[in-house]
Design a protein around this ligand. Structure first.
Ligand SMILES: N[C@@H](CCC(=O)N[C@@H](CS)C(=O)NCC(=O)O)C(=O)O
Length: 232
């Protein structure tokens, strides 16, 4: 009897080592949050490549773990109550991993609250808005005749970049020491390159953000997490 018998996803993506945490992901800005956190925290894990194609994210096996058909998702066979736990939503996964490891979530209740505040800023604002910018700037929406949605997301992305740039004027990380809030935010800033949207947002003028992103991507755990699981 394995901890994974009750998880249908394990039939399509079987664990090699069922004693360690299983990550189901793809190296997108949301996906790499989980792999970077696992690398930073030193939690043993196995990564399974789940592409964004319907054959993967909309397969019955994947939907059994995340009915919302989006990566990342995890199963921890060593859950907090002595039973395995499955989780989706990158913000929830980051909080879970931070609490499990006791790392990257501050050392006081105040620090923790502030880290979660910036994590929520990413989950509810930066991620969804930059995601829409990508749709209207690089993907299918860029062909739409009506340019108002495109402009709306350019303006909103500029506003959010300005908020972060000002906030990072006198600090290295967004909420005290390096934390899960940075792991949530920085991959989305990096995505602007992929969207080809750096010029339209005057990225280089946001010098605090340019330095912040470099500090982030210089970290060895980040470099590993960014390519886990490999695309190919
Ligand atoms: N709020 C979710 C968003 C996750 C998300 O949007 N994942 C995308 C890739 S970045 C995905 O799996 N898309 C596949 C689909 O929508 O079919 C989270 O933070 O985990």
């Amino acid at each position: 009897m394995s901890a994974f018998d009750s998880f249908p996803i394990a039939r399509k993506w079987p664990p090699q080592d069922p004693s360690v945490l299983q990550l189901y992901s793809f190296p997108t800005p949301n996906g790499v949050k989980a792999s970077i956190a696992l690398e930073e925290m030193g939690i043993p894990y196995e990564a399974h490549k789940v592409t964004l194609s319907d054959a993967d994210v909309k397969s019955p096996e994947f939907l059994s773990l995340n009915p919302n058909n989006k990566i990342p998702a995890i199963i921890d066979p060593n859950g907090p109550d002595g039973t395995p736990i499955g989780l989706f939503e990158s913000g929830a996964i980051l909080i879970y991993l931070a609490e499990k490891s006791g790392k990257l979530i501050g050392s006081t209740a105040t620090e923790k609250a502030q880290i979660i505040q910036w994590l929520m800023f990413q989950m509810g604002g930066l991620g969804p808005m930059l995601g829409q910018l990508g749709f209207f700037y690089k993907f299918a929406g860029s062909e739409w005749e009506d340019k108002r949605p495109r402009q709306r997301y350019i303006d909103e992305a500029k506003r959010l970049l300005n908020v972060l740039n000002l906030e990072l004027a006198d600090k290295d990380w967004i909420a005290g020491d390096y934390s899960i809030a940075d792991i949530a935010i920085a991959p989305w800033l990096r995505a602007l390159d992929f969207y080809g949207a750096k010029d339209v947002l005057a990225w280089e003028d946001h010098t605090n953000l340019v330095d912040y992103l470099k500090r982030f991507t210089d970290r060895p755990a980040v470099q590993k997490g960014l390519v886990t699981p490999p695309r190919e």
